[in-house]
Design a protein around this ligand. Structure first.
Ligand code: GDP
Ligand code: MN
Length: 390
């Protein structure tokens, strides 16, 4: 689960991470009120769009304001804008919230990040002097500019590792101890909240030798949210794809894509293979959907509804290996859903596993127009053909 920068900063601040003073604003009135309290004599600030995507600075969603009037003007311009960044896609994301903060007197912009390295199965603490810009670019062009410390889960993030990274960042002697505490606080926040990513870009030093998280990105492991009711409450569904929000209500693992062939599959691995074979047959998948091992008829109906509300969909590919989910039950659900929803797009199935013969019979006797492929490859070719013929 993703959260906004202002929420990430609130969490990190509880762990002792230094963040600039600021407040969130959901309306222009609120923005004006925040600017009034923040922009006292001589002080200036920054107005930042809050969306679940990075690259806001380059996209025009981060503006430094010299005066309170400037801040109000920027707030007016940014609030409600369709902000396009390299992470939002060309359609952009509508800005519904702002963070208004005191500006910091930046000396250097550095980078800090904690992620899981899937190759070693361990957390890696990354640090770089090339902060502020896109870290993916730094990683691609100059990988040596990113310092890494792998964390042993039995020991945790050692103070010696924090010191090593602090020195690698070229910090001054007066900043080292501050930085060690800063890095350790980030690690503690990561572990305590079951995060999957904590990223501070930029992590800044100021002219008076202080350290701040100027930006903060924190994402959480969805599978651990059940033990963090407070974090779960931070979810902002306005930032998510409406179809994905709908799917999450029925515990369906759905991710919208931009092709024309809708997929309904049981098992994440089979769902991945299904998307591959569609591409291989010359088509493109409209979504990833894993209905899970024990899908109920109700879930199958909701899955159909969600697939069909994507206007790009020209055909549906149902690829089921019946294990826990028996094929006859799936077939009954599919027939009921197709009738109830008056499905008009072609449906191609590939069925194997428990009670497959009964399942095929149910489809055949339904009188509805289903095509069944003998193999996964044949079914993929059939569905690509069906989608192309429309
Ligand atoms: P992102 O582009 O979405 O990652 O947003 P950031 O919060 O990282 O902001 C982008 C850039 O704006 C930073 O790298 C800074 O250079 C600049 N910036 C952000 N906040 C401030 C601030 O308070 N003062 C100044 N001078 N620059 C800022
Ligand atoms: Mn940033």
């Amino acid at each position: 689960m993703k959260i906004h920068e202002y929420q990430a900063k609130e969490i990190l601040a509880k762990y002792g991470v230094a963040v600039p003073r600021g407040e969130v604003a959901n309306t222009l009135e609120e923005a004006t009120a925040v600017a009034r309290t923040l922009f006292t004599e001589g002080a200036h600030g920054v107005v930042k769009a809050q969306i679940h995507a990075g690259g806001r600075g380059k996209g025009g969603g981060v503006k430094v304001a010299r005066t309170r009037e400037d801040a109000e003007l920027y707030a007016k311009n940014i609030l409600g804008m369709q902000l396009v960044t390299h992470q939002t896609g060309p359609q952009g994301q509508k800005v519904q919230r702002l963070l208004i903060e005191e500006t910091a007197d930046i000396d250097r912009e550095l980078y800090l990040g904690i992620v899981l390295d899937r190759a070693t199965g361990r957390l890696v603490f990354m640090a770089s002097q090339a902060g502020g810009m896109e870290i993916e670019e730094v990683a691609a062009k100059d990988p040596d500019a990113i310092f890494k410390e792998t964390i042993d889960p039995a020991i945790g993030f050692g103070a010696w590792q924090a010191r090593k990274l602090a020195f690698a960042l070229g910090l001054k002697a007066t900043q080292i101890n501050q930085a060690v505490t800063f890095l350790q606080s980030l690690y503690k926040a990561f572990i305590d909240t079951d995060a999957s990513l904590v990223e501070i870009n930029p992590f800044i030093t100021t002219k008076d030798d202080k350290l701040f998280a100027l930006d903060a990105k924190v994402t959480f492991d969805d599978n651990a949210l059940f033990r963090h009711a407070d974090i779960k409450a931070l979810r902002d569904t306005a930032e998510e794809d409406p179809l994905e929000v709908e799917a999450s209500k029925y515990a369906l693992n759905y991710i919208k894509l931009d092709g024309s062939i809708a997929c309904m599959v049981n098992g994440a691995g089979l769902a991945m293979a299904t998307m591959d074979i569609i591409q291989y047959a010359g088509g493109s998948p409209a979504n990833f959907l894993d209905v899970g091992g024990g899908a109920t008829q109700e879930q199958i109906e909701h899955a159909f509804e969600i697939l069909l509300s994507d206007a790009n969909v020209k055909a549906i590919f149902i690829n089921i290996f019946g294990g826990i989910l028996r094929v006859d039950r799936l077939a009954t659900g599919v027939v009921a859903a197709a009738r109830k929803l008056h499905v008009t797009v072609p449906i191609v199935l590939r069925l194997e596993g428990t009670n497959v013969e009964e399942g095929r019979k149910i489809l055949k006797e339904s009188g509805l127009n289903f095509q069944v492929g003998a193999t996964m490859k044949e079914a993929a070719e059939l569905v690509v053909k069906a989608a192309a013929s429309l």
